[in-house]
Design a protein around this ligand. Structure first.
Ligand code: GAP
Length: 512
C-alpha cells in the first residue's frame, strides 16, 4: 500500500467512516462496516445518484427488489455457468490469486514505467512537449506500450476462449511471482464460480439451493413488465435500483475496492433494438458528467473499453478512476442487447416483450446498463477529498491539518455548532438553541469538548463545510462566526442567516 492509501485507510477508521467487519474476532476478509460518518457519506452518495438518475429523468423509475431470487434467474442470466474467475494457487505460500489480476498488475507496472518516462520528458521539454508524438516515436516508451498491448490481447483472447493453459503459460513467461512470498511455484489455473449459495429451509438438497444475488440487475429484468405496465412507460425508459450484491471474490483486497458484500447502483435502460449504440454513447457521457460534477478532476477519470466482453454484452466501457493504487474500474456501461430479457423469456416461458406503437411491432427490448459500485464510489470520493496541508493555526504559525474536501452536498455533517467555552452555560444554552433550530434543515453536530482549534480540526477531518462559533458577542448582538472549511475565512453573520448560508452551499442543485 502507498503511504497515501495507508493514511486514507487509517483515517477512515480513526474518524468513524469504515471499520473492518467483526473486528473483535480479527475481522472477516473483504467485508466492512460503515461507521457514523461513513453511513452519512454513503447515504449522500446514494442520494446524489438517485436524484441524478431517477428524479431528474421523467423516464426512469426506481425499484427495490429482494436479494434472494428464484434460482432459475441465475441459470437464465448465465451466472451459474459463466460467472467464474480464473484462479491460481501458489504452492509455497498457499495463497490464492486471480490469474487474470496477476497479469493485469504486471501490465500496470509496465504502464507505470511508460508514464514515468513520459513525465520525465514533459519536465525536460516544458511547454513544447508533444505527448502524442513522444508516445509514438520514443523507442523505450513504444516498447513498453507494445508489450502492454500484446499481453492485454493475449489475456483477453485466453479469457474469451477459456484457454486456462495459456494463461498459466503467460504467467510463467512473464516470470510473475507471488506478490507476498516471491515464489513462482504455481498450480494450474482453474475456474471458480463467484456466487455465494445458501439453502431454503423447507426444501432439502439441490432443489432448495439459492444464491445471494451477484448483481442487482436481474431484479430489474425480471420486473421489467411489472414496472412497464404499472408506470405506463414508453420506450426508451429505465429502471434504477440501489442494493446489496455478493461475490465470493478469490482475493478481496484494496480495502473497500473489492469486497465480498457490497452495494451497487444500477440502471437498466430499455430501448428499441438498433438504437442501443446511440443510448450507449449518451449514457457514457452522462455518467462521466456525473462523476466530474462531484469534484473529480478530468485527469483522474478516463474511459477504458473492455478487451474481453461479458457473455451478455455487445459493447462495454469502464469509467476508471485514479485510485491511490492506480487507474481502476469505478463504473461499467454495458450494452447488454436482449440477452437477459430473451433468456428469462425462454426459461420462464413468459413473454417479456414490448408493443411499440410507433412501428406497430412487438419485440424484446435491448438494454443499456450503467452499473457503479457504491463502495467503490465511496473510496473514490474519499481519495479525491483526502488532503494533508499546512495552514496557519490560531497563533498564526504553520500547522499541518488533514481535511476532507468533500463537496458540501455530500459531506456527512453540514455544519458544526460550537460554543466557545463549555463551562459557560450562557454560551452552551445559546448554542443548543441554535442547534435545535437548524438540526431539522440539515445534519449538524453540537460539540463543546476541547479547545476551539481542536474542534475545528476534528470537523475538518470529517469534511464539515461550516463551523459556527458562539461567543460572548453572540449574547450581545445575536451574531456568530461562520468558518469556511476550505478557505478558513471567518465571517461574522446574524444567527438568522445561518440556515440560508448553509442550505445554499449544501443544496444538491449545486451538483446539477
Ligand atoms: N450488472 C453488471 C455488473 O455487475 P460488474 O462490472 O461486474 O457489472 C459493476 O460490476 C460495478 O460493481 C463495478 O464497476 C464496481 O464498481 C462494482 N463492483 C463489482 N465487484 C465489486 C466488488 N467485489 N467489490 C466492490 N465493488 C464491486
Amino acid at each position: 500500500m502507498s503511504d497515501l492509501f495507508k493514511n486514507i485507510v487509517s483515517h477512515s477508521k480513526e474518524y468513524g467512516f469504515i471499520f473492518q467487519s467483526s473486528e473483535i474476532y480479527d475481522g472477516l476478509g473483504g467485508v466492512y462496516d460503515y461507521g457514523p460518518y461513513g453511513v452519512e457519506l454513503k447515504n449522500n452518495i446514494k442520494d446524489y445518484w438517485w436524484k441524478a438518475m431517477v428524479h431528474n429523468h421523467e423516464n426512469i423509475v426506481g425499484i427495490d427488489a429482494a436479494i434472494l431470487m428464484h434460482p432459475d434467474t441465475w441459470k437464465a442470466s448465465g451466472h451459474v455457468d459463466a460467472f467464474n474467475d480464473p484462479l491460481i494457487d501458489n504452492k509455497d505460500s498457499k495463497k490464492r490469486y486471480r490469474a487474470d489480476v496477476l497479469i493485469e498488475d504486471y501490465i500496470a507496472k509496465i504502464e507505470a514505467k511508460a508514464e514515468k518516462e513520459i513525465a520525465k520528458a514533459r519536465k525536460r521539454f516544458g511547454d513544447d512537449f508533444d505527448e502524442e508524438q513522444y508516445r509514438t516515436t520514443n523507442p523505450r516508451v513504444m516498447r513498453y506500450l507494445k508489450q502492454m498491448e500484446d499481453i492485454s490481447k493475449r489475456l483477453a483472447h485466453n479469457l474469451k476462449q477459456n484457454d486456462l493453459e495459456d494463461i498459466k503459460l503467460l504467467i510463467e513467461e512473464l516470470e510473475i511471482a507471488d506478490p507476498v512470498s516471491g515464489s513462482r511455484n504455481w498450480t494450474e489455473v482453474r475456474q471458480f464460480n463467484l456466487m455465494f449459495s445458501t439453502q431454503l429451509g423447507n426444501i432439502a438438497g439441490e432443489e432448495g439451493k439459492l444464491y445471494l444475488r451477484p448483481e442487482t440487475a436481474q431484479g430489474i429484468f425480471v420486473n421489467f413488465l411489472n414496472v412497464q405496465k404499472t408506470t405506463r412507460q414508453k420506450l426508451p425508459f429505465g429502471i434504477a435500483q440501489i442494493g446489496k450484491a455478493f461475490r465470493n471474490e478469490i482475493i478481496a483486497r484494496q480495502f473497500i475496492f473489492r469486497m465480498r458484500e457490497f452495494e451497487q447502483m444500477e440502471m437498466q435502460f430499455f430501448v428499441r433494438p438498433g438504437t442501443e449504440m446511440e443510448w450507449y454513447n449518451y449514457w457514457k457521457e452522462m455518467r462521466m458528467k456525473w462523476h466530474r460534477a462531484i469534484g473529480s478532476s478530468a485527469d483522474s477519470l478516463r474511459f477504458h473499453d473492455h478487451d474481453n466482453l461479458a457473455h451478455y454484452a455487445n459493447a462495454a466501457v469502464d469509467i476508471q478512476f485514479q485510485f491511490p493504487f492506480g487507474f481502476k474500474e469505478l463504473e461499467g456501461i454495458h450494452s447488454r442487447t436482449d440477452f437477459d430479457l430473451g433468456a428469462h423469456q425462454e426459461l420462464s416461458g413468459k413473454k417479456l416483450q414490448y408493443f411499440d406503437p410507433e412501428i406497430n411491432e412487438n419485440y424484446v427490448p435491448y438494454v443499456v446498463e450503467t452499473s457503479i459500485g457504491l463502495d467503490r464510489m465511496f473510496l473514490a470520493v474519499l481519495s479525491n477529498a483526502y488532503t494533508e496541508e499546512m495552514v496557519p493555526d490560531a497563533e498564526g504559525n504553520e500547522a499541518e491539518r488533514t481535511v476532507l474536501k468533500l463537496h458540501p452536498a455530500i459531506a456527512p455533517v453540514k455544519c458544526a455548532i460550537l460554543p466557545l467555552l463549555r463551562n459557560k452555560p450562557e454560551l452552551t444554552e445559546k448554542a443548543r438553541t441554535i442547534f435545535d433550530d437548524v438540526k431539522f434543515a440539515f445534519n449538524c453536530q453540537y460539540d463543546e469538548k476541547d479547545a476551539i482549534g481542536r474542534r475545528y480540526r476534528r470537523q475538518d477531518a470529517i469534511g464539515t463545510p461550516y463551523c459556527i462559533t458562539i461567543d460572548f458577542d453572540t449574547l450581545k448582538d445575536d451574531t456568530v462566526t461562520i468558518r469556511d472549511r476550505d478557505t478558513l475565512a471567518q465571517e461574522r453573520i446574524p444567527i438568522s442567516r445561518i440556515r440560508e448560508i448553509v442550505e445554499q452551499k449544501v443544496d444538491f442543485r449545486q451538483l446539477f
